[in-house]
Design a protein around this ligand. Structure first.
Ligand code: NAG
Ligand code: NAG
Length: 305
């Protein structure tokens, strides 16, 4: 009998804990089952009419001309998230233009997770530039060519940001992983909520062939298009979200599929594809730039690359 009582008590206790966890998750996390609406999730923040939300919120376009670029930002701040957006980059001669899509916190020691697309003259490859800042420190650039023409159609660009890792993916293929290496003293973005930002601007002083190719303004306006933003993310609201701070995967199996991204890691197949992308398409890696780091590479380089 004693055994019966203690096991049923522990069942009750686990049920209560589970219920608390589920309500905590429901409270802190904001999930889109399907594709969202740009009106609902984003505000156009600059560009004086150059950024537009169209098709009842299904499409967003950014435009750049000689006078100005344009941009938008998420209404919400997030502390961890897995986000996807479909993006079609400026076609034709896009030299000197940069389209950016990133997470960023505010303030001096900020965190940031960056995708930047550096345009090129017609027929020449864009560069996909990535970087991770934690507590104000960036200098972690990795750049790639893409294995398709990113101006011909929409492609999906995703960021997984959970307490253990950041993974950049293109059409579901991981291209870069930045692991949480706090155990060896490297700060990881996990305390500052971040907003999602995107912008299209002119950077012909550095973007294309290191700034040697300038923007051809006779081609303006330059237009990038966005659709189908989806997110599983923890929304930060007046300091209340506890999402991800107690990151134990125990008991989550099967009970809440929507939350699995909080513990997601690269599986064997995706890790293999990432290795293929890095071997085949990576054109710059700070972790192999001897000239830049004559005193030795940053510690995460030997730990992750
Ligand atoms: C543009 O094309 C040139 C020539 O193919 C290439 O070297 C460069 O990496 C390309 N991308 C950018 C953004 O400069
Ligand atoms: C929208 O994005 C989601 C998540 O990436 C994807 O599963 C879905 O197929 C996309 N929808 C369309 C119409 O492309």
């Amino acid at each position: 009998m004693a055994t019966f009582y203690s096991s049923s008590n522990s069942i009750i206790v686990s049920a209560i804990i589970l219920k608390l966890l589920v309500s905590l998750v429901a409270f802190c996390c904001f999930m889109h089952g399907s594709s969202a609406n740009f009106y609902q999730d984003f505000d156009i923040t600059w560009g004086d009419g150059r950024a537009n939300i169209l098709d009842n919120g299904d499409l967003l376009t950014l435009s750049l001309d000689k006078a100005s670029g344009s941009g938008f930002q998420s209404k919400n701040e997030y502390l961890f998230g897995k986000i996807h957006i479909q993006l079609k980059l400026v076609p034709g001669n896009s030299a000197g233009t940069v389209t950016a899509y990133y997470f960023s916190s505010q303030g001096p020691a900020h965190d940031e997770i960056d995708f930047e697309f550096l345009g090129n003259v017609s027929g020449q490859p864009y560069i996909l530039h990535t970087n991770v800042f934690s507590q104000g420190k960036g200098d972690r650039e990795q750049q790639f060519y893409l294995w398709f023409d990113p101006t011909a159609d929409f492609h999906t660009y995703s960021i997984l940001w959970n307490p253990q890792r950041i993974v950049f993916s293109v059409d579901g293929v991981a291209i870069r992983e930045f692991k949480n290496l706090e155990s060896i003293g490297i700060p990881f973005p996990k305390n500052q909520p971040m907003r999602i930002y995107s912008s299209l601007w002119n950077a012909d002083d550095w973007a294309t062939m290191g700034g040697r190719v300038k923007t051809d303004w006779t081609q303006a306006p330059f237009i990038a298009s966005y659709k189908n933003f989806t997110a599983n993310a923890c929304v930060w609201s007046s300091g209340t979200s506890q999402c991800g701070s107690n990151n134990s995967p125990s008991s989550s199996s099967g009970s809440d599929n929507n939350n699995e991204w909080l513990w997601e890691e690269l599986d064997y197949a995706n890790a293999g594809r990432m290795k293929w992308v890095q071997e085949t398409f990576m054109i710059y890696n700070y972790c192999t730039d001897y000239k830049r780091f004559p005193q030795g590479f940053p510690p995460e380089c030997s730990a992750t690359n």
